[in-house]
Design a protein around this ligand. Structure first.
Ligand SMILES: O=C(O)CCC(=O)C(=O)O
Length: 312
């Protein structure tokens, strides 16, 4: 088992994130990229057959084709983001031993892969994947405003796209390490992540998180860093580490996927997007090892959500 070195564990605890310049060999991610490419192609053919686009843009590559297609019909965008995208290669990535080993070092031996993984085709000129400063499981409006005042991308910042998404949740008190994995090389120009080292250590106690008068000053003196990465790299992020995703100013798509894990003994976050037990000592027979097994869980959850009278 590889997992985290002692130095990486310490970095995670102190900084709230660890950058892996090369967690994967780039070839290891190629099946995921090929699977996405196939989905783009399938979607393009469907829209074309329905007369909703005029060109299949077959000459364009992974980094531009979906952009050219969305320029013909914006509705396409929402059909390919988030956890809708699933296939053998995606499932293999979700349960990849390199990710699960690291997650196990943080959440313990019962590792649940959350179903809220997100493929993000961050398109130039489209704000759907631009995020203001936020933590993944922390409600603290004041922290977001503080970051915007100190470090930009607030409402008056010309670099901010009109319609940034604001993500603020009440945090559960459990570790939820996330991986952010680029599928093209990323840098400040195409909207790589910016993280605020050490910010997770100043998360207010759970009972105080909904109180916006608390704790923003604790971020004083912390300086955000952009994290450029090549394909094969990944960032491990503590769920309370403040981060932002500024607009993509390049001429191509910034494809990425982010995946989160938690202790398999704790309640799961979303019944609409079920995850699966990826590793277990207590319940080895319940570990989901095949895509079919995971699809059955997703279908059962979808059927449950459709049950008359069920409201989630
Ligand atoms: O992919 C991005 O640009 C932003 C993702 C993000 O902020 C998140 O997953 O919390």
């Amino acid at each position: 088992m590889a997992g985290l070195t002692a130095a990486q564990k310490q970095q995670y605890e102190e900084q709230g994130f660890v950058v892996f310049e090369r967690l994967f060999e780039p070839e290891e991610l190629q099946p995921v990229i090929a699977e996405l490419d196939e989905s783009v192609d399938r979607l393009a053919r469907k829209y074309h057959a329905e007369g909703r686009i005029t060109s299949l843009c077959e000459g364009a590559g992974f980094a531009t084709r979906f952009l050219e297609l969305c320029r013909q019909n914006e509705a396409m965008y929402n059909e390919l983001t988030g956890s809708q995208q699933i296939g053998p290669a995606t499932f293999d990535l979700l349960k990849h031993p390199k990710l699960v080993d690291i997650a196990e070092d943080i959440v313990g031996p019962e590792v649940h892969c959350q179903g809220r993984y997100r493929f993000r085709p961050k398109l130039p000129g489209k704000s759907a994947a631009d995020f203001r400063w936020h933590e993944d499981t922390l409600y603290q409006a004041k922290r977001a405003f503080y970051m915007e005042q100190q470090h930009g991308l607030g409402a008056d910042d010309p670099r901010r796209s009109g319609n940034v998404i604001s993500r603020m949740y009440l945090a559960a008190t459990m570790p939820e390490p996330g991986f952010w994995i680029p599928l093209v090389d990323v840098g400040p120009e195409n909207g790589c992540l910016q993280l605020l080292p050490g910010s997770h250590r100043h998360a207010p106690p759970w009972e105080e998180q909904a109180d916006p008068s608390k704790s923003a000053t604790q971020l004083e003196g912390l300086v955000p860093v952009p994290v450029p990465l090549s394909v094969g790299g990944a960032i491990l992020i503590h769920q309370q580490c403040t981060h932002a995703s500024p607009p993509n100013l390049s001429d191509h798509i910034r494809w990425s996927v982010d995946i989160r894990y938690q202790d398999g003994r704790r309640p799961v976050k979303s019944a609409r997007e079920p995850g699966f037990l990826a590793r277990s000592r207590q319940r080895p027979g319940e570990v989901v090892t095949t895509l079919d097994g995971y699809l059955r869980i997703r279908e059962a959850a979808a059927a449950y959500v459709r049950t008359p009278g069920i409201r989630l």
